[in-house]
Design a protein around this ligand. Structure first.
Ligand SMILES: Nc1ncnc2c1ncn2[C@@H]1O[C@H](COP(=O)(O)OP(=O)(O)OP(=O)(O)O)[C@@H](O)[C@H]1O
Length: 453
C-alpha cells in the first residue's frame, strides 16, 4: 500500500504484508501443473479410502471457476474436476485387484438454499419450483442431504457428461463487475467405494471439489435488488465460513458454529474433520483489488492453521457379510460330509426321524440301568433325542402331579369331614346335657356356618 505524499495526505496504512503458503502459482501457471501438485495427491488419497476436499476461494473474477472446472476454449484449459475424473477412472481401469463403484453428485447453494444440479427438471423448471436439498443429521452427527441425487458413473465419459449437465444448470447472473459471475457455491462430489473380491470390507470415500461464490464486498459490486440479496447471502455464508475457520484455528474451542450456514454444514468434515483438505486462494493482481487480495491471503493463512485428521473409511457391509458367512457354512458342511462320508441336509428325513424315535423308545423301555443311547456324531440327531426326552419327562411329570393333586384333595376332604363329625358329636352331647332352649341359637348359627363353608 504506497504512501502518496504527493497527493497531500499521510497514509498510515501498513505497507507490506507477509504470508507463507505451501505453493504459489503465478499468472503463467498451467492447469496441468495445478492439477499435479494440488489435485493429484488428494485424488490418490480418495482412491485409497480417505475423504478429500479442494476448495477455491477468492474475489469474483479471480479464477476460481477456471481453476476448479476450467476454461471452455482449449482442451488444455480443463480444470481440476475433469482432470481428477480422468485420473480416477484411469486408475480404476488399471487396478483389477478391487471392485470399484463411482457416483457423482453436484450441489448448488444459492441464497442459502440447496439445489441438485443433476436434477433433469432443472432446465425446464424455475429454480423456486425445484425440490430443495435439505440437511439431515443422524444421531452420530453425520450429515445426509435429502433431494440430492447420486448418479452412477461407470467411466470417464459418463462422469464428464454429468459435470457438463450440472454446469449447464448452474445459476448465472450478470453483475456490472463480472459479466458471467457465478453467484452460488457449487460442490461437485465424487463418491468412490471399493472392495477386494470376496471381501465384506468396503472402503468409501468422498472427494468434494468446491467452487465458492466470489468473496468481494457488497459495496464494491454496485448492485441492487435481487443481486444485492444474492451478494448479502454470499457474504453471510462466507462470513460463517470464516467464523468456522477462526473457531477451528483457536485451540481448546469446544463449539464450532458449523450449523450457521448450509455450506459449512455440508463441508463440516472437510473443515476440521475426517478429511484431507486443500484450499486454493485465487487473487487478482490488479492494484484496485489489493484490499480483496490481502483479505483473501489472511483468510488462507487462517485456513492453513487448521489440523484435520483423515481416517481410512472402512466398514463391513452386512449384506456382503451374510453372503460370505453362507459360503463359509456351505464349505464347512462339505468338509463335514467328507469326514462323516454323509451329505448333510438342514433337516432329518421322515425315515431318519422314525428310526431315531424307535431307537429312543427301545432305550427308554430297556430295564437295564446301564443301557446307553448311541445316535452317532450328528448334532441333528443329538438335538432331536434331547427334545424327545424332554417331552417324555414333562408328560410323565404332569401325570405324577395329577396323582399328587387327587391324593391331596382326598386327604383334605377327609380331614374336613372328620372335623365336622367331631364337632357335631360335641354339639349333640352339649344339647343333650344343657337343654333344648339354651342351645337352639348356637345350633342355628353353627348350621349357617356349615352352609357358608
Ligand atoms: N489462469 C487463467 N488463465 C486464463 N484465463 C483465466 C485464468 N483465470 C481466470 N481466467 C478467466 O477470467 C475470467 C474469470 O474467471 P473465473 O470465472 O474463473 O472467476 P471466478 O473467480 O470463478 O469468478 P466468480 O466469483 O464470479 O465465480 C474467465 O473468463 C476466465 O476464463
Amino acid at each position: 500500500v504506497p504512501r502518496d505524499l504527493a497527493d497531500g495526505f499521510v497514509n498510515n496504512k501498513r505497507e507490506s504484508y507477509k504470508f507463507k503458503f505451501q505453493k504459489i502459482f503465478d499468472q503463467e501457471a498451467k492447469q496441468d501443473a495445478v492439477f499435479e501438485s494440488i489435485a493429484k495427491p488428494v485424488a490418490e488419497c480418495a482412491l485409497a479410502g480417505y475423504n478429500g476436499t479442494i476448495f477455491a476461494y477468492g474475489q469474483t473474477g479471480s479464477g476460481k471457476t477456471f481453476t476448479i472446472t476450467g476454461g471452455a476454449e482449449r482442451y488444455s484449459d480443463r480444470g481440476i474436476i475433469p482432470r481428477t475424473l480422468s485420473y480416477i477412472f484411469q486408475h480404476l481401469e488399471k487396478d483389477s485387484s478391487k471392485v470399484y463403484t463411482t457416483h457423482v453428485s453436484y450441489l448448488e447453494i444459492y441464497n442459502e438454499c440447496g439445489y441438485d444440479l443433476l436434477d433433469p427438471r432443472h432446465e425446464a423448471s424455475k429454480l423456486e419450483d425445484l425440490p430443495k436439498v435439505t440437511i439431515m443429521e443422524d444421531p452420530d452427527q453425520n450429515i445426509h442431504l435429502k433431494n440430492l441425487s447420486l448418479q452412477q458413473a461407470t467411466n470417464e465419459e459418463e462422469a464428464l457428461n454429468l459435470l457438463f449437465l450440472g454446469d449447464t444448470n448452474r445459476m448465472i447472473a450478470e453483475t456490472p463487475m463480472n459479466q458471467a459471475s457465478t453467484r452460488s457455491h457449487c460442490i461437485f462430489t465424487i463418491h468412490i467405494s471399493s472392495k477386494e473380491p470376496g471381501s465384506a470390507t468396503v472402503r468409501r470415500s468422498k472427494l468434494h471439489l468446491v467452487d465458492l461464490a466470489g468473496s468481494e464486498r457488497v459495496a464494491k459490486t454496485g448492485v441492487g435488488g435481487q443481486l444485492l440479496t444474492e451478494a448479502k447471502y454470499i457474504n453471510l455464508s462466507l462470513h460463517y465460513l470464516e467464523q468456522v475457520i477462526i473457531a477451528l484455528a483457536e485451540k481448546h474451542r469446544s463449539h464450532i458454529p458449523y450449523r450457521n450456514s448450509m455450506m459449512t454444514s455440508v463441508l463440516r468434515d472437510s473443515l476440521g474433520g475426517n478429511c484431507m483438505t486443500t484450499m486454493i486462494a485465487t487473487l487478482s493482481l490488479e492494484k484496485r483489488n489489493i484490499d480483496e487480495s490481502i483479505s483473501t491471503c489472511r483468510f488462507a493463512q487462517r485456513v492453513a492453521l487448521i489440523k484435520n485428521e483423515a481416517v481410512l473409511n472402512e466398514e463391513i457391509d452386512p449384506r456382503l457379510m451374510i453372503i460370505q458367512l453362507k459360503k463359509v457354512i456351505h464349505e464347512l458342511k462339505d468338509e463335514l460330509a467328507m469326514v462323516t462320508r454323509e451329505q448333510r441336509r438342514e433337516e432329518l428325513t421322515p425315515e431318519e426321524l422314525l428310526q431315531l424315535d424307535e431307537l429312543i423308545k427301545r432305550f427308554l423301555d430297556d430295564p437295564d440301568p446301564e443301557s446307553t443311547l448311541d445316535v452317532g456324531a450328528d448334532m441333528r440327531k443329538v438335538k432331536h433325542s434331547f427334545n424327545y426326552l424332554k417331552v417324555y419327562v414333562e408328560r410323565n411329570l404332569a401325570g405324577l402331579r395329577n396323582v399328587w393333586r387327587t391324593d391331596m384333595d382326598l386327604r383334605n376332604s377327609c380331614k374336613i369331614r372328620n372335623k365336622t363329625l367331631t364337632e357335631l358329636k360335641g354339639m349333640l352331647k352339649g344339647y343333650q346335657v344343657e337343654g333344648v332352649i339354651e342351645r337352639t341359637g348356637s345350633y342355628r348359627n353353627w348350621s349357617a356356618e356349615v352352609i357358608c363353608m
